[in-house]
Design a binder for this molecule. Sequence first.
Ligand SMILES: Nc1ncnc2c1ncn2[C@@H]1O[C@H](COP(=O)(O)OP(=O)(O)OP(=O)(O)O)[C@@H](O)[C@H]1O
Ligand SMILES: [Mg+2]
Length: 339
Amino acid sequence: MAIISVRDLNKEFHITRKNHGFMGVVRGLFSPQYEVKQAVSGISFDVEQGEMIGFIGPNGAGKSTTIKMLTGILVPTSGEITVNGRIPSKHREENAFSIGVVFGQRTQLWWDLPLIESIDLLKDVYRIPQDVYKRNVSFLTELLDVGHFMHTPVRQLSLGQRMRGDLLAALLHDPSILFLDEPTIGLDAIAKESIRGLLASINRERKVSVMLTTHDMADIEKTCKRMIIIDKGQLVYDGGIDEIKRRYGKSRKLIVDFKEEPQLTGLTSAYVLWREGLRVAIGFDKDTISASELISQVSKRNELADLTIEEPEIEAIISEIYENGIEQRRSDLREKVVL
Ligand SMILES: Nc1ncnc2c1ncn2[C@@H]1O[C@H](COP(=O)(O)OP(=O)(O)OP(=O)(O)O)[C@@H](O)[C@H]1O
Ligand SMILES: [Mg+2]
């Protein structure tokens, strides 16, 4: 059975419209004016034990709202959720015992207390038996490398240290699922890499299912096999990251430095993307023409000084899906000028 099951999930927010002027206020007394914001629309998916899923989408897509419904903080307007067989909004406390939650934007640690004291308090909150507590603190302290700032007040920690402290707090009670909402936000490249490595090893070693939202595609690419994309509250993709690369990442860029002004007429299945002096970027679709075929066509008429081939980054593929939708995504190539 799936550890998380979501069926036709909807969330509407009712925002009270401000009434201006005396008559507006009076009118508002008789018929309150609501604006309905549909944050999540008909989302369904399942998560199996031990999966690690990237949950992505542009700003305002409904990611945090969905995570909040999965953790029981928000009640769905309609639809069904089960997490470990429970309905989170109805069994909020029991649900909290089986999940770990990290919101990158704010901490669940006590700001003025040293990390160790926050951790001690959580031991009581989660009623963690002494032996389990000892084992987990020692395992996680080592894994997360938090030993040297255990006695520092949380407010004095760097963002990266605090995030590791938050991970410690979220994992203390052996949750089977970890929800992370932007755990790498604001971190530098090295701290991001370290958090990615930690998440991957927690998932691998403890078989914890992980659901991760982020705007950094490298987080997803380095840790998850599966990706769920939502946009305007709707699910637009649920599947493998490799599959999305195969499906949408067929365009290639051949960048050539020529020794002299190149002759590029008469090439087939390739397109000039840009030119800078003797450097020319040529776009092609790898299913239409192979790189070696294209190189041999180009080098027949010209002397080459250097060349490189670039694949599209997942980042570029995803931002195009955000812009054009998943089906309408057009390849860069089609509308470029034929050589
Ligand atoms: N408490 C709320 N009251 C009213 N509207 C809300 C509330 N929370 C979220 N929304 C709206 O619901 C939509 C989805 O917001 P949500 O925070 O889930 O997006 P997100 O995908 O997490 O975006 P981001 O990447 O910016 O964090 C947005 O239009 C937002 O303005
Ligand atoms: Mg959010």
